[in-house]
Each structure stands twice: as structure tokens, then as C-alpha cells.
Design a protein around this ligand. Structure first.
Ligand code: ADP
Length: 444
């Protein structure tokens, strides 16, 4: 096993990784910007190194500084968490060249899946069903029209290098198409430094269901339903999906496991699908640990970070597919430092903090009373994850845990979740990717 792991991240995910390392007796190195000197991940790590000023591109994205921190502290591996450098193929390559283990898949696999056009081509050849659309990049409006006429409107134009729900434009008819194409390219160029876009059929009422794959590619750990979204970003996730039965779960899981095995993929990964009228359509694959991984951990009782560490050393997984079983139901709420109705970010000092506890309740967070949330980073400050033997029991417990949760001094999204717990559609599990946007529009 590794002797020392450097965690190239911050916030709740840095703590999550640190905990898995501590349980395995692995030394931990935290890196941080000057804005994060008092952060919990820095306090709890065995060693810490300041890697730069607050701006992410000068600190958490600064490859040179992170590699230097690794060399100074003698860490033998880096866990990138999610976001920041986690899907940066160049970073993985540089570590490979320095003899430092990147806890994740090979740089070649990161590169393929980081280009969504390439990713779709690759998985299609491996037998995974994809959303109908263009075979590759589209830049000419006439070609776009020919493709859209063939697949039928509405269509969605998406950035090949896209992420975080950005750079997507929907065209409802031929008359919006040229403008949608132009604005998607412009937005993609500005956000990702790459204006390559492609076209997909826009599904009207899908759910977002994703499959967790792990390790040597022979296994899968069930699905997560992440259909509750705002601006194409996940807000609440649950496992198992309220709409899949055991047979569907096993079928899609096995399709993914086989494809990933055939690719020779190693490490944690998520194969994301839209699901409509009983059919799955691949949209992308994430080659890292996901924000919502705890719901999978709660129903499988498998520690995904521990498994990532074992796979990265070459030891392999601690379980076989036959040993994987899904017990009960888990739901995660993303707690953001944002106004629950306007979603305006709310950095500042947490004047009082009381997280909920009790049976089946897990809070993954890096905040504490008196903590000053810096304005420079993502507004996710924690996750409330609740497990129950059944979905109704999970909801009952989640309602109780939300009532118990106190975060004073800043705005959070907690009030939104309390409201959602009283909505019939949420209670029944009857919602698709548009549900939350419609709910919020009706309220305003
Ligand atoms: P990102 O990498 O930016 O997260 P994804 O391809 O994973 O982009 O899509 C994010 C979300 O955007 C999906 O969960 C879904 O809500 C919406 N979306 C993406 N593609 C389509 C599509 N073809 N039809 C309808 N909604 C889509």
C-alpha cells in the first residue's frame, strides 16, 4: 500500500479521501491556497503545503506546484478528488513521467472520455447504446440542419469538451438552429478553450441514471438516479433508481462492466445515461470519483475511495461481483452556500453549525462553526446522505435529518430540500430532469 498520499483538492472531498487514507494507515499531505489556511482538510492532514494564492489556476490547478509539493513531502501517490485536475490527462501524464501514482485511470482513458465525441464513438463500438446524433463535430449550419432534419427536433448542441452542464443549447426548430449552433460554439470556446460542438436528439422527459463501475472493469456497483437538476447540474441523487427493477439494473450494469472491461479501464468511473421510455442512452463517462458516490457506498457498504487506493497499487478490488448486493435506499442532498430560491452564492462566516446525526445519517462536509467560506470556489459546502431499509423509510429519516441541520450566518440550500420533502412527486419518485426547473419557475 502507499506510504503517503497527497490530496490535490479541498473541501468535503479532501476530507473524504483523507478519512480513507487514515483508515488504511496511509500518511496524508494536504495542499491548499492562501485562502484555505484554516480549512479542515489542512487541519486534519498529517502534513500540509501552501501551493499558491486563492485563484484556482494559481493553486489547485497549478500542476507545477502540486508536483513540487509531492516531491518535497515524499508522497508516492496523488488523489485528485473530483473537479480541479481530476480529469486532466496532461496532469496524469506528468505524474506518470515523475513516477508518482495518479489515483485514477490511465491518461489515455481520461483523454478519450474527456472528448465527448470520442467517448460516444468508443462506447458505441463497445455495445453501449448512445443518444442519436451527429457522428462527430459539427460547425457548418447546413450540415447541422441536415443532421437535425434526420434525427428530428428538438435537438441539443453540446460542447465536446463540456462539463458542469455548461455550453449546451437547445434548438426547437430549424429556425433556431443556426443561432443555437453559433452561441453554443462561442460559449464552449470561452468556457473550455475549445469550440468543437456536436448535435444530439434532445430527449423531452428523461431521467438521468448513471452506473458506477470500479476497478479492473469486471464489476459494477449499481446505479444512481440524478434526475433532480437545476441548469443541468445535479441537486439531489438517490440509489437505487425508483424506476428500475432488478433485471434492468443488472442488464445495464453488465453492459457497462463488459464495455469497461474490454477497454482495459482501471479505477472508478461513471457511465452516464439518459433514460426514457425504458431505454438507456449514453451521454458521457466521468473518469473519476463523483460527488454523489456516497449513495452507492450506503447501499453497497463498499468504501469507494478505499477500493480506488487498492486498485491504484495494483492489488485489485476487495470484492467480487457476486459479493455485491444492494441494501435499502440512500438519498444525498447537496448543501450549497447559496440562497435556496435565487441560488446567489453566499460566502461568509458560519456563526453556528449543528449537523444532524443518528441511525442512517451521514454528513460529508469540511465546514465547522466559525469557518469562513471563501468566495473563490464552488459553493458546495457539504452533503447530507441518508440511508433507510426502504425508500419511504429513507425519506422519513431525511426529513428528520433536514429539520435537525442548522447552518447559521450564511444562506444554504437546506430550505429547498425541506420544501421538496413535502412534494408528492418527490415522495413517489416521479420526476424527470426538468421537474425541478418547472417547480422553481412556478414558485417565482
Ligand atoms: P456535463 O458534462 O456538462 O455534465 P452531460 O452530457 O453529462 O454534460 O449532460 C448534463 C445534463 O444535461 C444531463 O443530465 C441532462 O439533464 C442534460 N442533457 C444532456 N444531453 C441531453 C439530451 N440529449 N437530451 C436532454 N437533456 C440532455
Amino acid at each position: 500500500m502507499f506510504k503517503k498520499v497527497l490530496i490535490a483538492n479541498r473541501g468535503e472531498i479532501a476530507l473524504r479521501i483523507l478519512r480513507a487514507c487514515k483508515e488504511l494507515g496511509i500518511g496524508t499531505v494536504a495542499v491548499h491556497s492562501t485562502a484555505d489556511e484554516a480549512a479542515m482538510h489542512v487541519r486534519l492532514a498529517d502534513e500540509s503545503v501552501c501551493i499558491g494564492p486563492p485563484a484556482s489556476n494559481e493553486s489547485y490547478l497549478n500542476i507545477h506546484q502540486i508536483v513540487a509539493a509531492c516531491e518535497i513531502t515524499g508522497a508516492d501517490a496523488i488523489h485528485p478528488g473530483y473537479g480541479f485536475l481530476s480529469e486532466n490527462a496532461k496532469f496524469a501524464e506528468i505524474l506518470e513521467a515523475h513516477g508518482i501514482t495518479f489515483i485514477g485511470p490511465s491518461s489515455a482513458h481520461i483523454r478519450i472520455m474527456g472528448d465527448k465525441i470520442e467517448a460516444k464513438k468508443t462506447v458505441k463500438q463497445l455495445g453501449i447504446p448512445v443518444v442519436p446524433g451527429s457522428d462527430g463535430a459539427v460547425s457548418d449550419p447546413r450540415e447541422a440542419k441536415r443532421i437535425a432534419d434526420k434525427i428530428g427536433y428538438p435537438v441539443i448542441i453540446k460542447a465536446a469538451s463540456g462539463g458542469g452542464g455548461r455550453g449546451m443549447k437547445v434548438a426547437n426548430s430549424a429556425s433556431d438552429l443556426a443561432e443555437a449552433l453559433g452561441s453554443a460554439r462561442k460559449e464552449a470556446g470561452a468556457a473550455f478553450g475549445d469550440d468543437v460542438v456536436y448535435i444530439e436528439k434532445y430527449l423531452s422527459k428523461p431521467r438521468h441514471i448513471e452506473v458506477q463501475v470500479m476497478g479492473n472493469g469486471k464489476g459494477y456497483l449499481g446505479e444512481r438516479d440524478c434526475s433532480l437538476q437545476r441548469r443541468h447540474q445535479k441537486v439531489l441523487e438517490e440509489a437505487t433508481s425508483p424506476v428500475l427493477d432488478d433485471e434492468q439494473r443488472e442488464n445495464i450494469g453488465m453492459v457497462c462492466a463488459k464495455a469497461i472491461g474490454d477497454m482495459g479501464y482501471s479505477g472508478a468511473g461513471t457511465v452516464e445515461f439518459l433514460y426514457e421510455d425504458g431505454e438507456f442512452y449514453f451521454i458521457e463517462m466521468n473518469t473519476r470519483l463523483q460527488v454523489e458516490h456516497p449513495v452507492t457506498e450506503m447501499i453497497t457498504r463498499i468504501d469507494l475511495v478505499n477500493e480506488q487506493l487498492h486498485v491504484a497499487t495494483g492489488e485489485g478490488l476487495s470484492f467480487t461481483q457476486e459479493e455485491v448486493s444492494f441494501m435499502g435506499h440512500a438519498i444525498e442532498c447537496r448543501i450549497n452556500a447559496e440562497n435556496a430560491h435565487t441560488f446567489v452564492p453566499s460566502p461568509g462566516c458560519i456563526s453556528y453549525y449543528h449537523p444532524p446525526g443518528g441511525l442512517g445519517v451521514r454528513v460529508d462536509s469540511g465546514v465547522y462553526q466559525g469557518y469562513q467560506i471563501p468566495p473563490y470556489y464552488d459553493s458546495l459546502i457539504g452533503k447530507l446522505i441518508v440511508h433507510g431499509r426502504t425508500r419511504p423509510e429513507c425519506l422519513m429519516r431525511l426529513r428528520r435529518a433536514l429539520d435537525e441541520f442548522v447552518v447559521d450566518g450564511i444562506d444554504t440550500t437546506l430550505p429547498l430540500f425541506r420544501e421538496l420533502m413535502t412534494e408528492d412527486d418527490i415522495i413517489k419518485g416521479d420526476y424527470n430532469i426538468h421537474w425541478l426547473e418547472k417547480y422553481l419557475a412556478n414558485k417565482s
